[in-house]
Design a protein around this ligand. Structure first.
Ligand code: HPA
Length: 235
């Protein structure tokens, strides 16, 4: 397969790709959840692997943090390698009291403070939205497995250390469930290409209480998220 500026495929890429931010998490998923996995990318440390889960071919690739890098990989996976389903598996900061540590949050939509959407030159404000096909399938899995999820709007922010002290509070008042840094760019890139995308998160810290998870606890809740997301490879 031909390479792009950021992906040099040394193995197959499945039509469904899980996209965690952390490349080492991609490696962890490959080693602990996939069968017969082979690495397909190492350019810039954006580790990518393809294997099978319950018999369905699936890839997993780290995107790095933030909309720009996530959108680069999403664009190339879609436009150069024919990827049809992109599923972000990440962490988020809980922004509402009902979103507790380790809870699963799903971005039905993703608000943003990013200027990424300006490239589409739309005569209004674009609302980055998940794929109903993927959300419906995820919800069916969650019901089957008896897992509760918070589904709604998240904030995909370009800014982790915000100079505006009240920025978080203003989004909280709009009912935004959690803060992360990628989903809006992923959804817009998928929408512009007519493919499906979904982002789900485990709540790793609370912007309401200031609590944070330990590494070991994160690992356990992460397993729950993977067991919900990976069956979507069958679609
Ligand atoms: N902000 C942005 N991204 C995050 C956070 C946060 O508080 N927590 C985990 N990812």
């Amino acid at each position: 397969m031909e390479s792009t500026p950021h992906i040099n495929p040394t193995g197959p890429i499945a039509k469904t790709v899980l996209v965690p931010g952390d490349p080492l998490r991609a490696k962890f998923i490959s080693e602990n959840f996939l069968e017969d996995a082979v690495q397909f990318n190492a350019v810039r440390g954006a580790l990518g692997f393809t294997g099978t889960y319950q018999g369905a071919e699936v890839s997993v690739m780290g995107t790095g943090m933030g909309i720009p890098t996530t959108a680069i990989y999403a664009y190339e996976l879609i436009h150069k390698y024919g990827v049809k389903n992109l599923i972000r598996v990440g962490s988020c900061g809980g922004m509402q009291p009902q979103v507790k540590l380790y809870d699963i949050v799903v971005a039905a939509s993703a608000s943003t403070d990013s200027n990424f959407m300006s490239q589409y030159n739309l005569p209004g404000t674009y609302a980055p939205t998940c794929s109903w096909k993927l959300l419906k399938a995820l919800n069916e899995e969650a019901e089957k497995q008896g897992v509760e999820m918070h589904v709604g709007n998240v904030l995909s922010s370009d800014v982790f250390y915000n100079a505006q002290a009240d920025a978080t509070e203003r989004w909280q008042k709009m009912g935004v469930l959690g803060a992360e840094m990628e989903a809006a760019g992923l959804y817009a890139t998928a929408a512009a290409a007519g493919v499906d995308a979904l982002a789900l998160f485990t709540c790793s810290d609370s912007l309401v209480t200031g609590e944070a998870t330990t590494a070991e606890q994160r690992q356990n809740s992460f397993t729950k998220m993977m067991e919900l997301a990976l069956p979507l490879a069958k679609l």
